[in-house]
Ligand binder design. Structure first.
Ligand SMILES: [Zn+2]
Length: 234
């Protein structure tokens, strides 16, 4: 089946935390410090264009033992671009995160068509989405995020966070502080119940659960999402 991995079926108390859209020169180092303090390994789905500007940070993430996956070159909705563009997106990102990147792809916005799923397969990628969403792009505080994730997390879960929000206009400032505080609290509270591991390690703990994950890009929806994430205090 040409499925998309959403989580893993396992008896082991392991969970994969994933961080999309980075690296970010301010927030990724702060996140690395938190993960390190809790001795946790995670997976970073990086945007190639950003990674290329922060190669030292890419290296730091890899050397800390985290996994790095492909989140495209500049975060377009894959069903909305051509096959040729999709290949270019995947290859350019792979080049930016080399030699650390693994053949794991997370589609921007979680958007995927049968054709775009097939293209990832042709280039040798496993497509990994999630089954727990932290919704950390909304204007929420850390407690809200922690409670939301705590209610949903199970052995084998793959959790979606963002260490940056690449979709915002230019360098518009968006505070990732609540996300960082939430991750810290979550690891504090769940650290003795779960072991947090990279996606490649999570996949070794059980049977990957795959879904026919097809979601179309929708321009109005994207605009609304971007509006939502604009700081209200502008
Ligand atoms: Zn993204």
């Amino acid at each position: 089946m040409l499925g998309t991995i959403t989580h893993v079926s396992t008896q082991d108390a392991v969970v994969g935390l994933t961080f999309d859209d980075g690296p970010h020169p301010e927030f990724t180092p702060r996140l690395l410090e938190i993960l390190d303090r809790h001795q946790v390994r995670a997976t970073f789905f990086m945007v190639g264009k950003v990674a290329q500007r922060h190669l030292e940070l890419v290296r730091q993430v890899a050397q800390a033992g985290h996994a790095i996956g492909n989140h495209s070159w500049d975060h377009p909705s894959f069903p909305l671009i051509t096959r040729r563009e999709r290949y270019a997106q995947l290859r350019a990102c792979a080049q930016a995160i080399a030699p650390y990147g693994q053949r794991l792809f997370r589609p921007p916005y979680g958007h995927q068509s049968v054709a775009s799923r097939f293209d990832a397969l042709v280039l040798g990628y496993q497509v990994v989405t999630w089954n727990v969403v932290a919704q950390d792009w909304l204007d929420r505080d850390a407690n809200w995020i922690v409670n939301r994730v705590k209610e949903r997390i199970r052995p084998g879960s793959i959790v979606l966070f963002h260490d940056a929000l690449c979709d915002l206009e230019a360098e518009q400032y968006i505070d990732r502080g609540p996300m960082l505080a939430a991750v810290d609290m979550l690891l504090e509270r769940l650290g003795d119940r779960f072991r947090f591991v990279t996606i490649p390690e999570l996949l070794r703990h059980g049977c990957p659960q795959k879904r026919n994950w097809y979601r179309r890009g929708n321009v109005e929806w994207l605009d609304a999402l971007i509006d939502q994430t604009r700081p209200s205090r502008s």
